[in-house]
Design a protein around this ligand. Structure first.
Ligand code: ACO
Ligand code: ZN
Length: 221
């Protein structure tokens, strides 16, 4: 090894290859400018998800590792501000243009909270009808492995439904631990309390491929 190479190894504690942050999902290079951009974005990301127990928190379910809380129409504006901050982040990840809550009077939001942080979010809306996704199209979209699947085909015939899932999201580092399933379970108990929503009364609106795979597994369809 020449001196230059040796130097490289001695100070080479951090990898020079670009990397993806597991927490905020940002892909960045190992130069000062990128690291600064990442540090700023990372801080904002963490702040949006930070949760300090609200005085009038509506806790639905407590688990060993966290809890599910609900935000209902008419709740304090600081609660809905938090919802908006979280949705900003979720919509950016989903590639949705951020429009916030479309029907605030008919929408309930659920957060999975763990260690002072929101790690999952579900937005549920009152609806009357839904269009079922056609089976063959699900298979096609799975094969194609496209990042988003807005081309998924739906039946032309509406079926009755009560609750539309407009967004469901779990932070990347926490996926495949049943957090989304638990959010849905809590929502089904709360959304039209005391009625417990059946699987058939729920519809997933405009799902991504992740969303579709999860929905199929959860609903058993
Ligand atoms: N690939 C294969 N199977 C999956 C996947 C996946 N990516 N995600 C869920 N499943 C299946 C599995 O069978 C899983 O059980 P297992 O882990 O024991 O095998 C089962 O569904 C239950 O999954 P959960 O652990 O409850 O789901 P998770 O907490 O990981 O959240 C979610 C799923 C919300 C789709 C998550 O992957 C995510 O946030 N993705 C990015 C955002 C997104 O695309 N959201 C859906 C948008 S569509 C809409 O909101 C209407
Ligand atoms: Zn980060």
């Amino acid at each position: 090894l020449g001196d230059a190479d040796q130097m490289q190894i001695d100070v080479g504690q951090r990898s020079l290859a670009p990397k993806t942050c597991e927490t905020c999902g940002m892909f960045y290079g190992s130069n000062d400018a990128d690291e600064l951009t990442h540090a700023k974005f990372h801080g904002q990301h963490v702040a949006k998800l930070k949760y300090k127990t609200w005085k009038k928190e509506r806790c639905l379910t407590s688990y060993l590792d966290g809890k599910v809380i609900a935000i209902h129409p008419g709740d304090a504006s600081h609660c809905w501000k938090k919802v908006d901050a979280v949705l900003e982040l979720v919509d950016a990840e989903l590639g949705f243009s951020h429009v916030g809550i479309r029907n605030p009077k008919n929408t309930k939001v659920y957060f999975y909270v763990r260690d002072g942080s929101i790690i999952g979010c579900l937005v549920a809306e009152s609806i009357k009808t839904a269009f079922r996704v056609e089976d063959s199209e699900i298979e096609n979209s799975k094969d194609a492995q496209t990042a988003t699947s807005r081309s998924i085909c739906c039946s032309q015939i509406p079926t009755a439904a009560i609750c539309g899932i407009s967004r469901i999201w779990v932070s990347p580092a926490h996926r495949r631990n049943k957090f989304a399933s638990n959010l849905l379970e809590s929502m089904r108990l709360d959304f039209v309390y005391p009625h417990i929503l059946s699987i058939d009364e729920i519809a997933f609106s405009d799902p991504t491929v992740d969303g579709l795979i999860f929905a199929r597994k959860y609903t058993g369809k």
